[in-house]
Design a protein around this ligand. Structure first.
Ligand code: TXE
Length: 481
């Protein structure tokens, strides 16, 4: 698969002759090429986006809505093709790409196609002074969207859909690790007749192409999802340019299990919250805290179930966990297991080893791993591992577990298992997290604000939050007689 940039409504050669290898992580081999675009490609995309802005920003909401609905329909119609491409690019099981990634990419367009027709603003009458105020919420202009490799099309569309729905034109860059589905989206954009220049997709390395988008003087807002360190770098670049910033960064999320929980439901969901997408979701519950009275029981059951889940080739229907996204990421995750092996305070209860999958010996596979820890300040409880590795720790009181949960630099998501609604409310209000799931996980209503606090980022995506991010409010004040 030789990928091309999608600029001004068609696939175009990039400026340099440099290409990047695209790996299939399930077999550890190169299967495609990616343009290693440069600043000139970004400038070209920007110029066409700027040229398209006046007309696109003046289309009716109904017109935009209809186009976004068509994109949603065509993503659905191309489910198998897109899911296969996603699974091959990322290493996730095909069934997961079919059940989650691609349907959610379609849902993102469908949601914002509808949301934009309901996006309203406010008026404020200054009574007794013949003064009327109203607030315009106008599109910003050309905006930048940069997305990561863990949920490629799902997170790419989560940004570009509200951006164009709000009337902006976009220069977007998917991760160079998983560019395939953003590339295939270009065909759909052409087929639905999205006007040329409204959405431009430029491929290449973050430090080169991503940086060029962030540093571009006339790209006025940046919506980014990725690592905390990268987010900090982007903020340093963009802040002096006074750009609007939406930063969805890393997480180190607590999964808090009280003894009074629905045990069966908790156990089932905790497998998913621990290891879904090979643990490569910023929302995964990678720190498991269990009330002491059920700790031993949970430990036994959890290890038993996890050990029965098959790690295999992503294309196999019975594969529960696929390959990690890249060799370097696999090595990063395994380095945390090595740290646990080499240091006090860690007990590996299950897993920790790289796996050779028959027929895919060079793929990037490892066992789902469960490690008991004794010190909440240890590296495995403080650092985002972003792989199939969870830690386990008992607790005795509600106050203690809230303190443990909050004692990290991140504040993205959290799960709490209890049947006691008063306790659920008390704990929810004390947790330093942008999302608290009670007796559920990754349960998403797209109208809700999505994002985190502390080192998990700035701003929120989703619903009206996204449409407000991608518009500039303007107060118009009229004095009349
Ligand atoms: O993110 P990166 P990656 C976390 C997780 C993971 C780490 C790295 O800890 O290990 O981030 O993952 C582009 N200017 N999450 O490699 O490197 C890059 O090309 C502009 C959590 O995906 O931050 C890619 O398109 N752009 C996260 C995007 O940024 C730059 C999900 C993300 O790359 C850039 C994924 C630069 N200087 C990873 N450098 C979540 N919260 O969902 C890189 N990029």
């Amino acid at each position: 698969m030789k990928i091309k940039n999608y600029i001004n409504g068609s696939f175009q050669e990039h400026d340099s002759s440099e290409w990047l290898d695209n790996y299939d992580p399930s077999i550890g081999e190169v299967y495609g090429q990616i343009p290693n675009s440069n600043q000139k490609d970004v400038e070209k995309a920007y110029a066409f986006a700027k040229a398209a802005f006046p007309s696109w920003s003046n289309t009716t909401l109904d017109h935009r809505s209809r186009i976004l609905l068509k994109i949603a329909d065509l993503i659905e119609a191309n489910l198998d093709r897109l899911a296969t491409a996603e699974s091959r690019d990322n290493g996730k099981p095909l069934w997961l790409a079919k059940a989650v990634d691609i349907p959610r990419a379609s849902a993102n367009f469908r949601f914002f196609a509808q949301a934009i027709t309901q996006f309203s603003s406010e008026a404020h009458e200054t009574i007794g002074t013949n003064t009327m105020n109203f607030t315009l919420r106008e599109p910003i202009g050309v905006v930048g969207c940069i997305s990561p490799w863990n949920l490629p099309l799902y997170l790419f569309t989560w940004k570009v859909a509200p951006a164009i729905a709000a009337g902006n034109c976009v220069v977007a860059k998917p991760s160079e690790v998983t560019p395939a589905t953003a590339y295939l989206l270009g065909e759909i954009l052409t087929e639905v007749g999205l006007p040329a220049g409204v959405l431009n997709i430029v491929h290449g390395e973050g430090a080169r192409v991503g940086q060029a988008i962030v540093a571009h003087p006339n790209i006025k807002a940046i919506s980014f999802t990725g690592g905390t360190a990268t987010g900090a770098h982007i903020a340093r670049t963009a802040a002096p340019m006074f750009k609007k910033l939406s930063l969805e960064l890393g997480g180190k999320n607590p999964n808090i299990i009280f003894a009074d929980c629905d045990y069966g439901k908790m156990l089932k969901e905790s497998i998913r919250s621990s290891f879904a997408n090979q643990g490569q979701i910023c929302l995964c519950g990678s720190r498991i805290y269990v009330e002491r009275s059920i700790y031993k029981q949970f430990k036994t059951h959890f290890v038993d179930i996890v050990s029965k889940n098959k790690v295999g080739n992503p294309m196999d229907a019975d594969t529960k966990f696929g390959a990690l996204v890249s060799k370097s990421h696999l090595e990063k995750v395994l380095s945390y297991v090595e740290h646990a092996r080499d240091n006090e305070g860690y007990t590996i209860l299950y897993g920790g080893n790289q796996l050779k999958v028959t027929g895919s010996e060079n793929g990037y596979y490892m066992q789902p791993t469960i490690i008991e820890v004794t010190d909440n300040k240890c590296r495995l409880n403080q650092e985002e591992i972003f792989g199939p590795v969870v830690t386990l720790m008992p607790f005795d009181t509600e106050e203690e577990v809230v303190s443990l949960a909050n004692d990290v630099q991140y504040g993205l998501a959290s799960t709490v298992w209890t049947k006691d609604i008063d306790k659920a409310m008390r704990v929810s209000k004390k947790l330093e997290a942008g999302i608290v799931w009670i007796n559920t996980f990754l349960n998403r209503d797209l109208r809700t604000p999505f994002g985190g606090m502390k080192a998990s980022g700035v701003g929120r995506e989703g619903g009206l939050e996204a449409l407000r991010f991608f518009t500039e409010p303007k107060n118009v004040c009229i004095k009349y007689n």
